[in-house]
Design a binder for this molecule. Sequence first.
Ligand SMILES: [Zn+2]
Length: 281
Amino acid sequence: MDSVFTVDVEDWYHILDIPSAPKMSEWASAAPHVEKDFIKLLDLISEKNVPVTCFFLGWIAERFPHLVKEAAARGHEIASHGYSHRLVYEMTEDEFYHDAVKSKNIIEDIAGRPVLGYRSAGFSITEDTPWYFENLIKAGYKYDSSVFPGPRGHGGLKSDRYGPYLVKGRAGNIIEFPITLAKFLSRRICFFGGGYLRLFPYPLIKSMGRRVLSEGRPVIFYVHPREVNPGHPRLEMNYKRRFKSYVNLKTTESKVSKILEDFRVITFERYIKKHKEMLEG
Ligand SMILES: [Zn+2]
């Protein structure tokens, strides 16, 4: 059974919903770390010789096009994390559509090939954004990986679909790969990305991943470049957010290596090709 390893390519200050985070107009004057961190992460992945999916923030792709080219040259899939890293439920439908199109165009121009996939900032699809999929379809995306099917800080969408599914729209269809949750002590919990991946010990992550695979679902892993650099600058935030943003950063590197050894990892693009009938049936 295949799993998908994903990287949301953004910088250390792209943390959502905290007052100390710089505004978009200030991003250019914040010290960039993404180049060093992303190359470090790519090197770690190259050691295991597996392809992953890189969701580039359009703003980052525009400023650091060589990172897009480097990831593509190493055989990874290039996808979009939107342009401006805004929470979906804080945008109007029109703003969302234009942001999704803008990032797709910029990234495709640099990568020289079509961008099929989208991931929203902070998995921020909620009941308040019923227009979400229709606009992604209109923007030309073929799949999305943004639904967090449980309660969550920003967003979370009540849903009982935990594996990939087809969303039918007026102008076409799109495949959704929800963020992977595993049932643990009567709750459904994400063990496979961000703060969760750093918090839980690897043996638990591995056994929960095995459980998900045995249920016939792929495990969707996700990391950010900043997470492999424990020395990255910190933003001021309350205790709860600080814990979630910065806990166990030193463990990311070894966890990523172990995941890439223990799980059969491919890109979303390949996953869709391989499982087309199941996904579209
Ligand atoms: Zn992000």
